[in-house]
Structures are given as C-alpha cells and as structure tokens.
Design a protein around this ligand. Structure first.
Ligand code: SF4
Length: 154
C-alpha cells in the first residue's frame, strides 16, 4: 500500500477503474490531512495504516472489497455464498464492471491479449450461434476493461 501511495505521490498512475479512483481519493485525502498538520512521512504512514484499506492483488485486477461495506460487489450478486465464507468470490470477479475493481498497469497486457484472442476466435468459420454469443460477450467484457485503461469509459 505504501508503494502505491508513493507512486501516486509522484504523480504516476497506480491503476484504472473505480477501485483505483477510490484509492487515489483516499491517498489525496491522506496527503492533504498530513499537510494540514504539517506532518512528515511518518504522519502519512500512520494515516495510511488507519485508513484500513483492504486490497487483494489478483491476476486480472486488484480488489478493494470492503468487508464493512460489501454492497456493490458484483461477484456476490445472485451468488450462493459457501457457508462460513467471508469476502469476495474471486472466481466470479468482474473487472469490467465492479466498483471495487482496480486494473493495475500490470494487468493491461492480459486484458489486451484476451481481447485479441476473442476477436480472432470470432473469425472462426461456422461458429455455432451460442458459441459466437459467448465469445462476443467475452470480447465485450475485455473491451470494457480496455476502455477503462484508455480512459474512454468511467
Ligand atoms: S467482483 Fe472482483 S473486484 Fe469486485 S468485489 Fe468481487 S472479486 Fe472484488
């Protein structure tokens, strides 16, 4: 978290999508509070730890699911949550539309490759309609993620 805070503090991009925007807003608030208190890096580190931000680093995105405020987590929509499970259901993750999703710089290539693969698959001659619909949906999801990265979609 401290690394991401420092990256943001240098004016570099920490990621894309609503989760990243939320994180940036928290970081900005911490910086402003520390400044108002004439605090140093130690004050910032203290505020950062008190912010109690949870971030789960994943292969396709980073997840900012907040146990205290689970509403809006797309993976939990209409899901059967196993007994005793708390937190998100990563295997149902929707980086394209979850408000907790942060697409990191490191994830961009995976989504680009996935998008290219789906577009190539769509060129397969004689695709059954149901298969075509599935691939189209995947391509659209990948495109939605890429739009967040390119800043062409909120
Ligand atoms: S859909 Fe993904 S980003 Fe959203 S809460 Fe679930 S695991 Fe996290």
């Amino acid at each position: 978290m401290k690394d991401l805070y420092d990256v943001h503090g240098r004016g570099e991009t920490i990621g894309f999508g609503p989760g990243a925007d939320r994180l940036k807003a928290v970081f900005d608030q911490i910086t402003a509070t520390a400044r108002a208190r004439h605090g140093d890096a130690r004050v910032e580190a203290d505020l950062l730890s008190k912010a109690r931000i949870t971030i789960r680093f994943g292969t396709l995105n980073n997840c900012l699911f907040d146990e205290r405020n689970p509403a809006g987590a797309v993976c939990l929509e209409n899901a059967i949550v196993p007994d005793g499970h708390t937190g998100p259901l990563e295997d149902r993750c929707r980086p394209d539309r979850c408000p907790n999703s942060m697409i990191g710089i490191e994830h961009a290539q995976i989504h680009e490759a996935h998008h290219r693969t789906q577009l190539a698959l769509l060129q397969t001659p004689g695709l059954p309609a149901c298969r075509k619909a599935l691939i189209t949906r995947e391509a659209e999801r990948a495109e939605a993620v890429l739009n967040k990265i390119r800043g062409t979609q909120a």
